[in-house]
Ligand binder design. Structure first.
Ligand SMILES: CC(C)CCC[C@@H](C)[C@H]1CC[C@H]2[C@@H]3CC=C4C[C@@H](O)CC[C@]4(C)[C@H]3CC[C@]12C
Length: 292
């Protein structure tokens, strides 16, 4: 019965399959594999694509399902470890850049005390370092920027979408980010595939990131795949009992595509300043809600 249904479906969908692109194709290939597996009556192990769309995060409800989830191929574990390692490396590399105090120039100095510094690294990449004090504890910021990363698009209009494709424990994930259109669309939309890693040391929280690869996630059609990182955000309590945090963010981004350097080097610190502004607005909206 199942093979007959599959054949029928294939017949009906053939013209659509031929015209499908990008993600649609990936989804169809994955579903196809799964059906083929079911029709063979084979043992179900978690297919590689399932982890790529975050299925592994869900806690199994029935005993039967949990058996399915525990039969994870060893290769996947190794792959997960590789992402954790890449996340740790990103943090180390980003910290090396931030902690080298030489060669930083003030790029933007805001009235509220925020300062964005810039520095040109060997190889002529310009990186930016924002220093700000935010009215939130390190834990709150960790929650907004890491734990609830998928919700960032709700409060930051520069972000069109963020999806967690893989969650590896509490501290590492693979995310797909899409930036929003810029005014006048001078810089087209970008998409990023990044490993994001969080590390806590005493009262200090580090969020690191770096461009990565995921077999089942090639660049989206119509987007230029940019590369983020090695980048990091360092969040420390100000230590004055006000519950505020010192926020240091290294923006190290290769936007790719054909863009004049002067445009990129203006857009990046602007995006960083805007990001901080939206974050502040989001934090104060949250604290107002709590007060009422
Ligand atoms: C200049 C234009 C084209 C790009 C502007 C969009 C930039 C500012 C956006 C796109 C994707 C965004 C990132 C997406 C995800 C994270 C992870 C989070 O833990 C900290 C913030 C961080 C690192 C965002 C910073 C801002 C970001 C880099």
């Amino acid at each position: 019965m199942l093979p007959a249904v599959v054949k029928l479906c294939c017949g009906i969908s053939y013209p659509h399959v031929r015209s499908a692109t990008g993600l649609e194709r990936i989804a169809m290939a994955a579903i196809g594999q799964e059906i083929a597996h079911m029709s063979k009556g084979g043992v179900l192990t978690v297919p590689r694509w399932a982890s790529a769309v975050g299925q592994l995060r869900s806690v199994p409800h029935s005993g039967e399902k949990s058996e399915v989830l525990t039969k994870r191929p060893v290769a996947l574990r190794e792959e997960e470890l590789a992402y954790v390692k890449q996340g740790q490396e990103a943090l180390q590399k980003a910290l090396d850049i931030v902690e080298d105090k030489t060669g930083w120039k003030i790029e933007i100095s805001e009235k509220n005390g925020d300062v964005i510094y810039s520095k040109t690294l060997p190889g002529s990449r310009k990186v930016f370092r924002l220093e700000a004090v935010l009215d939130a504890s390190p834990e709150e910021l960790h929650d907004h920027l890491f734990v609830r990363v998928e919700q960032m698009k709700q409060w930051n209009p520069n972000i069109r979408n963020i999806r967690v494709l893989k969650q590896i424990g509490d501290s590492t994930m693979v995310t797909h980010e899409v930036s929003a259109e810029t005014p006048g669309n001078l810089i087209g939309q970008r998409d990023f595939l990044s490993v994001r890693h969080c590390s806590k040391q005493k009262s200090c929280i580090y969020l690191a990131g770096m461009a990565t690869e995921l077999e089942s996630y090639p660049p989206l059609k119509g987007f230029v795949r940019a590369q983020d990182g090695p980048t990091c955000i360092i969040i420390q309590p100000t230590g004055d009992d006000t519950g505020r945090s010192r926020f240091t963010w290294l923006l190290n981004m290769d936007l790719k595509g054909w863009l004049p350097k002067s445009i990129v080097n203006q857009a990046l610190p602007r995006a960083q300043a805007d990001f901080t502004c939206y974050l502040r607005r989001h934090l104060s909206a949250g604290s107002e809600l709590r007060q009422h």
